[in-house]
Design a protein around this ligand. Structure first.
Ligand code: DX5
Ligand code: ZN
Length: 232
């Protein structure tokens, strides 16, 4: 029997603008028309050793696109900084489990501000301690590289965490979008799809392509063909 997840009936592709040209962001967003989510990596140079962009640029981007915005906050103090992204109109706001002692409070504040709430775990962070709070979340972002930089190599060991959550979703015990981030390309997306991912972040694989919108379509078709729970 093919079990279709209630959370997602097809692969979601979320291009990461971390690999875009930051001087031409509006054009770069337009270049991925047809993407399911627009993945925006917010880094504070404290939680990760890199600095990208923050709320003012997210607010500007929200004005130039209808693609649901997926904000991935790699920042300290999400208690303080995450809810404003939801208030600004982001579709999904994800913060890191490693960055707070109050993940449930942050999730509730994000949801109260009108966005979906996401929890992210770094490659070395186990998922088991967080399983019981996942009902407070709409998305689970499993990092498949160390957060901080695009263009890194996919870490396949994280797929065991995907499988744990996929089984809970398919058993009807949890409704959540399982998202993966880091090193996703045409060589790695099928293994992630087979493991049970719903939403695939791709930065360099999309923005280094000659035609980013076509790269999104190709990745989606590849994921859909690889896993029954993603069949288009
Ligand atoms: C890394 C970011 C990713 C990054 C992925 O910390 O969270 O979203 O943009 O880039 P690729 O797809 O090139 O690994
Ligand atoms: Zn990201």
């Amino acid at each position: 029997m093919i079990v279709v997840s209630a959370a997602s009936e097809r692969p979601l592709i979320a291009p990461s603008i971390l690999s875009a040209d930051f001087a031409r962001l509006a054009d770069e967003v337009a270049a991925v028309a047809g993407a399911d989510w627009l993945h925006v990596d917010v880094m504070d140079n404290h939680f990760v050793p890199n600095l990208t962009l923050g709320l003012p640029i997210v607010e500007s981007l929200l004005k130039v696109t209808d693609i649901p915005m997926d904000c991935h906050l790699m920042i300290e103090e999400p208690e303080r900084w995450a809810p404003p992204y939801a208030e600004a109109g982001a579709y999904n706001v994800t913060f890191h489990a490693e960055a707070t002692q109050q993940p449930v409070k942050v999730a509730r504040d994000i949801r109260a501000a009108g966005a979906k709430a996401g929890l992210s775990v770094k490659p070395g962070t186990p998922i088991d301690p967080y399983l019981e709070i996942l009902p407070e979340f709409d998305t689970l972002l499993i990092m498949s590289v160390e957060p901080g930089f695009g263009g890194q190599k996919f870490i396949p060991e994280v797929l065991s965490k995907v499988g744990v959550v996929r089984r809970l979703v398919d058993a009807g015990e949890l409704t959540i979008v399982v998202e993966i981030d880091g090193g996703i390309n045409s060589d790695t997306i099928e293994a992630a799809a087979e493991a049970g991912v719903d939403c695939f972040v791709a930065g360099s694989a999309v923005y280094n392509a000659a035609d980013p919108a076509e790269a999104v379509r190709a990745l989606r078709a590849q994921a859909a063909a690889a896993a029954p729970h993603l069949a288009l």
